[in-house]
Every structure is written in C-alpha cells, then in structure tokens.
Design a protein around this ligand. Sequence first.
Ligand code: HPA
Length: 236
Amino acid sequence: MSIHIAAPSGSIAETILLPGDPLRAKFIAENFFETCQQFNAVRNMFGYTGTWKGNRVSVMGTGMGMPSHSIYVNELLKDYGCKRLVRVGTCGSLQAGVGIRDLVLAQSACSNSSLNRMRFKGMDYAPTANFELLSRAYNAAVAKGAKVHVGPILSSDSFYDDEPDAWKLWARYGVLAVEMESAELYTLAAKYGAQALAVLTVSDSLVTHELTSSEEREKTFGAMMEIALNAIFPSA
Ligand code: HPA
C-alpha cells in the first residue's frame, strides 16, 4: 500500500502504461490485455495488471498535469518498484509540420514548471527519454507506416495560458508539441534508475487550431497502443 495506491506489493508489474485518463486505463486493460485484475480505485484513479502476448504489464491513470502525475509515478517507482514506465497520451502540435493524428515520441521534455527548478535549486536538468525504448518505438512506428516525429516537447503547467502566444517561444527553438506530464516522468525515472518514454498522438494544433474528433482519437489511439506495446516487448 502507498498513500494514493491501495494495492498489495507485487500486484503491479515492472512495466506500466500511464495514460492521463483513468477511464483510458480501464479501456486499455479491457481491450488490449488478455487478462486483467484491478489493483487500484482510490480517487477513481483506476489501475490494472494483466498480460499482453503473455507478458505481465500494468496500466494506470495519472491524472492531468505534473503534480498529479508526480504523486503516482513517485509511488510506482518507490513503493512498487516499477522499472519501465510508458506514458500514452495526447499533445498539441507547435509546428506546422506536425499534423493532427501524427505520432510524437518525446526525446526530451522542456518545462515551464517549477518542479525541477525547486529540485535542482534553480539549475537546469534535461529530462530525457530512455534511448532503448525510444528507438524501438520509432522502429515500430515506421514499420506500422505511422507518421512519426521524434524530438523535444514542452511539458506545461497550464493548458489555458493567459498569454495565448507563449508557445511560440518554444516553437522557435524546435519544440514539437505541448502536453503536461512527461518532464516529471523522465526526471523521476532517472532518479530511480528506471526507463521511461512518452508516446503521444497529436490531438490538436496550436498552429492551425484544428482539433481531432473523439472517433479520430479512438482510431489513432489503437495505433499508438500497438506501437507502445511493441516497443516495450520487442520479441512478443
Ligand atoms: N496543451 C497542453 N496539453 C495538451 C494539449 C495542449 O494543447 N493537447 C493535448 N494535451
């Protein structure tokens, strides 16, 4: 048991998928796993452990934003010994060449959050994906014929910014997309010697103001899941 996860030790796999939405976690467990058993319902942050092609794997929601994500990931690493954490989520495009429904693999995660400023006493840390997971996810995406981009993203503390053009500074420096969790995931994984990757589909564009429909999100979601699972279990 940890403060926010009411699961006995050993009930969470070393490999865990982390969508933001707990109902997405339920959907993944019920539609992609061969077997599944719920391990958490505290605050409705559903978590399940099952198998994918015979490999033990868990999935759990983390909520939106780094403070929520950080609570769950801290406990998964520290109290449950998770070793491989893959965020599966959505992002907003910051580049004309990154279209809606495309896939973004976050090689690194910039941030406007104060979490790492506090942690590193004002100095800069570079939250970085695990290269093994990243290269396997890239190869799986290419093999699937997905339109995939690899590069830096922005993990932002705000979805609704007071300054609507604030994202353009990051775009000018080559940042591909914005979401709200991965910088903290990568930092915590590094602290605990674990592997982490964020696999994201583009749900909206700050450049063109396009949005994906929920049906489109459903379709691209399936492709993203296949790529994430193939990256995690390459010999499956
Ligand atoms: N901003 C922040 N987070 C997001 C977005 C966005 O436009 N789209 C998906 N996650």
